[in-house]
Design a protein around this ligand. Structure first.
Ligand code: FE2
Length: 284
């Protein structure tokens, strides 16, 4: 851990996109502008009052080679997967799924009207763990500790705050930090982040200073690779995610819902999926 302070190296609002059965979302990581930020492969923000934007949900689809982390902000969504897990997540709940060698799941809205909003983050697995057993961790809002700080609060989903509060989320090997930080006008916060980790923020409301820059609502800010994350002079009602994870420094091959190290492994994943090797919890 160094005494350096991370600076803002890039900001992006993401691009309006569609996935699943016509769900409208903002793709923020996983775009041409920001293809990935090792170990993070994708970040989507979905937020709409309009049922047509979300009602189709994400019917059955496979994943292999990484973890998906869904954080519901508003509304309710039902998850069901081929490993036998099922659950409904509501406001403030988190679902942490390790796809490992292969899982098929659906993520469907559990509502026909009202607002549905949340994030999905994809966290990569290292080569040695890509074919690990699928796993599923459901974290209810009540299990997420809240650290009170001067001028704000931090919901600790994963990792440990400056004040020593540790969240329940665990990844296979990337030692993630996942904080939901709310700050009052003028407030700030310092968070140590290991130099082995990449870090970014996504501002949901208000704006916050970091280094000589500010990041505003609807923007993702990538922080430089070493030092602590320092935030200052928040606008009124500022809320943002601070997410960090250990760099894997491995080659990445993508093929739709599969993320492996080589093209051959992607082709194998498609073959295994077509051969129905994803449907059960049994070994393959
Ligand atoms: Fe999925």
């Amino acid at each position: 851990m160094s005494d350096m302070i991370r600076t803002l190296v890039m900001r992006t609002p993401g691009i309006a996109s569609q996935d699943g059965d016509g769900v409208k979302l903002m793709r923020i990581v996983g775009t041409r502008e920001l293809n990935m930020l090792d170990p993070f492969l994708l970040l989507d923000w979905f937020g709409s009052d309009e049922p047509d934007d979300y009602i189709g949900g994400f019917p059955d689809h496979p994943h292999r080679g990484f973890e998906t982390v869904t954080y519901m902000i508003e509304g309710r969504s039902r998850h069901r997967d081929s490993a036998g897990n099922e659950g409904v997540i509501g406001p403030g709940d988190v679902q942490w799924m390790t796809a490992g060698r292969g899982i098929i799941h659906s993520e469907m809205p559990e509502q026909e009207e009202g607002r549905l909003a949340g994030f999905q983050l994809w966290v990569n697995l290292p080569a040695a763990r890509k074919m690990t057993d699928p796993a599923y961790q459901e974290i209810s809002a009540g299990d997420i500790p809240i650290q009170i700080i001067a001028g704000g609060t931090i919901k600790v989903i994963a990792g440990t705050t400056t004040g020593g509060t540790t969240g329940p989320g665990t990844a296979i090997s990337t030692d993630p930090l996942y904080l939901d930080i709310s700050l009052d006008e003028g407030a700030g916060y310092d968070q140590p982040v290991a130099d082995s980790h990449n870090a970014f923020i996504y501002v949901m409301s208000g704006s916050v200073g970091t280094g000589d820059d500010r990041v505003s609502a609807g923007e993702l800010g990538v922080l430089s690779p070493a030092g602590k994350a320092v935030f200052a002079d928040a606008a009124p009602e500022t809320r943002f995610l601070l997410i960090a994870g250990k760099r894997l420094n491995e080659p990445v091959a993508r093929g739709g819902p599969f993320v492996m190290n080589t093209k051959a492994e992607i082709l194998q994943a498609f073959e295994d999926f077509q051969d129905n090797k994803f449907v059960a919890t049994g070994k393959f």
